[in-house]
Design a protein around this ligand. Sequence first.
Ligand code: SF4
Ligand code: SF4
Length: 413
Amino acid sequence: MGEIMIGIKLSKHKKETMNKIEEFLNPKEVYFKIKENDEVLVKENEKVIVGQKIIKTKYDTYIHSSVSGIVKEITTMIDYQNNKSNFIKIENDFNETNKFKENDLKNITKEQFISNLKENGIVGLGGAGFPTYVKYNNDDVKTLIINAVECEPYITADYINCFNNIDKIVETLNIIDNIYNLNEIFIAIKTKNRTLKEKIIPYIIKNKKIKLIEVPNLYPMGWEKALVRYIKHTDYDKLPIEKSIIVSNASTIYSIYESLKYNKPLIEKIVTISGDNIINKTNVKVKIGTKFSELKKIYKGYNSKEINLVTGGPMMGYSVETDEFIIPNNLNSVIGIKKIKEFNPITCLRCGKCSDHCPTKICPVLVKDNINNNQELKRLNVERCIECGICSFVCPSKINLREYVREAKKKVK
Ligand code: SF4
Ligand code: SF4
């Protein structure tokens, strides 16, 4: 089914964490980043309960406290992209006040569905962190694609969530189908992922609209545009909804389940901790806002003296210089690397590989050559870049092109 997408084969490194999940749900303190145009809803020394709204975002949705405790202060911390930012610090009192009650999900209306996602701060867990209610707030939805592809090396957070919670994920798909009366629902997994395939099939038999789709084992096959092209043979300009399609990550569907069923806000998530420098490679369910270094009780520290961490996957991620950074709602992996390979870039060979492999048809070498010419950067459509890192990966001169394109995106914004 479908045409073969542009993409590259990567070593996977997934086996060690694929069947492993642990929990760390009692951090001493949690931190929540205050972004531009956010409204802080709590004051210093205020008592908060689990799930209490603490920030209203510019999208009119909310960030919730993941623990019960006391708002201590607004403090500067490192975020997962290695930037210093202001965070609300909450000290855990370990009382876990607030119990989430079960809801009756029969006959839920679209308005109730949208309002539930908005109030509970559900965002896309594939990495972008975009508010889910905005995606679903459309009348013309015909196709739903569940993205369980997870094409970056090392990361298995979606895999384990999908494997362990497929019954709840399918229950949620049936609810969404009842609301939107969809034409079709696809669950996209990677080809040869037999164990997951066998696990899913018995759960989808009853709803004939749900189909399991195996996509090629290429990177970046989990990119929305690649999935839509592969499954629906169509393209869109900015968003899949232009073609009546919504793409949701499998873990996002699970968080929608908890939001609908228990009115539980997005306060926990699964993070893969892996890489050759991590002693105990594993998946761990954490409270959002936990400081990564607190998770040492689970991952047991590093194999070498250096702490070289990449947050968000080796292809798209960010290098962070410390393990004192904060885990936000959209971070799905932290990779520890023993040694960062030092590459000394050499002169561009004009081989064209970077543009040949770019899935968004950008010419990264021209972006680099014109990095100080904003007019030209706009013309080169740098805002289309999905930061997949393929251009840097394939460049024989070892030029870090993705960083140039990232910088260019900021410049034209
Ligand atoms: S320019 Fe952006 S989208 Fe294109 S290959 Fe480089 S990182 Fe990926
Ligand atoms: S891949 Fe590297 S060497 Fe080849 S054109 Fe692009 S920047 Fe130059």
